[in-house]
Design a protein around this ligand. Structure first.
Ligand code: ATP
Ligand code: MG
Length: 372
């Protein structure tokens, strides 16, 4: 075989693991960079185990690969800028800059004409009373950067609670968001190739508990032609605005609107996303296959779905193989279980929605899925 290009992935968690697995049949070898000696992706990629500020290790990594991507958006920008001087990074630095900060992210979404939750930049000089007046009470206090799985968030009912909550964050920059009275939560997962070709999956419907994603269903049972059309507009506008290459996820709330429902943007993830894991079994191209294809300049074709699919996250614990219903696919991430940690997922794929729901119910009592 002639030499094939090599893909470098910053971060070696389960997203990098599934990306590296998708790259293998495309003839692409992956290297992952992660300071964790037991990073899950080490099992299927060449692991560079070093800190994100170890410039000598970063240079060795850049020399070993042709293109660099990332599996999480909280990588230090200094690391990404350093690497970008050596090898192309996709999606680019500007996408990463927008998505790392909830304030720039929401400002960007608004600048493109899309709705977001009401928000204010909670600068130290802004009083809690004025901030709550701007977004409405109750509200959600969030750190501007580094949040995931609902971490770094607190619901506050009034100015006294907000004062107390703000004090617990020290000098961290904060944002205050109004609570969106959503009917459902959905995600838009789309992919853009370097030539501008863009495709996406139908809307995916997500259920969270305690800020953590529990299940995703595709296509979204709540979808309508109007929501899908708005999703098309959001995906293409956002992707084109930053000349994006790779998979982009937009998390949205579905809210009631005159004459139907509409989408309010919650946040962007400049990467493959937990709500898209069902696509490994449930579509002709998985989100991981698409991401690898896009960043490596391979052709992108539209996805075809294999009926209805559901993802059920395994959180904190894993079921025994024999307890998993026949026909349900299991993905174990090889992570040490601990409370609240995503250690794997199940995928259910069926030809009709009733059977899908029935199988989700059958899985819902399994270890790791039971909802506290
Ligand atoms: P993740 O990385 O898992 O997506 P996160 O830590 O980035 O999570 P968000 O997506 O902002 O956090 O919030 C987690 C969940 O909290 C949302 O999916 C939603 O259920 C709820 N939530 C967040 N912000 C709001 C809001 N403004 N109004 C109503 N619910 C919200
Ligand atoms: Mg989120």
């Amino acid at each position: 075989m002639t030499a094939r290009p090599v893909l470098g992935i910053l971060g070696g968690g389960q997203l990098a693991q599934m990306m590296a697995l998708a790259a293998i049949p495309l003839g692409i070898q992956c290297h992952v960079y992660d300071p964790d000696p037991v990073a899950p992706a080490r099992l299927c990629a060449i692991h560079h185990c070093a800190a994100y500020d170890d410039t000598a290790a970063l240079v060795r990594f850049a020399e070993a690969v042709d293109v660099i991507t990332y599996e999480f958006e909280n990588i230090p920008l200094s690391c990404v800028s350093f690497l970008n001087a050596h090898k192309p990074i996709m999606p680019g630095i500007s996408a990463l800059q927008v998505c790392q900060d909830r304030l720039t992210e929401k400002t960007f979404a608004r600048s493109l004409g899309f709705a977001t939750a009401p928000f204010v930049d909670l600068v130290p000089t802004l009083s809690s009373t004025d901030a709550l007046h701007a977004v409405g009470a109750p509200a959600i206090l969030k750190t501007r950067r580094m949040g995931y799985d609902g971490k770094g968030q607190q619901i506050v009912q009034n100015a006294e609670e907000l004062d107390r909550a703000r004090a617990t964050y020290g000098t961290l920059e904060l944002i205050l968001e109004g609570i969106v009275p959503f009917l459902h939560e959905v995600s838009i997962i789309s992919v853009r190739a370097p030539d501008g070709t863009t495709v996406r999956y139908p809307l995916i419907q997500n259920t969270h508990r305690h800020g953590i994603l529990r299940t995703s269903i595709a296509p979204a049972p709540c979808h309508t032609a109007a929501l899908e059309s708005l999703a098309d507009q959001i995906a293409s506008t956002v992707l084109d605005a930053v000349g994006y290459v790779g998979v982009l996820t937009v998390e949205c709330f579905v809210v009631a609107a005159p004459g139907g429902s509409t989408l309010v943007i919650n946040e962007f993830a400049p990467r493959v996303h937990n709500s898209g894991h069902w696509s490994i079994e449930g579509a002709t191209h998985s989100q991981f296959d698409y991401h690898v294809r896009a960043v490596m300049g391979l052709r992108i074709d539209p996805p075809e779905l294999r009926g209805w699919s559901a993802l059920c996250n395994l959180i904190g614990d894993e079921p025994a193989d024999n307890d998993i219903p026949v026909g349900v696919a299991v993905h174990r991430y090889h992570k040490t279980p601990r409370p609240g940690r995503k250690v794997g997922h199940l995928t259910i794929t069926t030809t009709d929605h009733a059977t899908l729901q029935h199988t989700i119910d059958a899985c819902s009592e399994l270890t790791g899925i039971r909802i506290p």
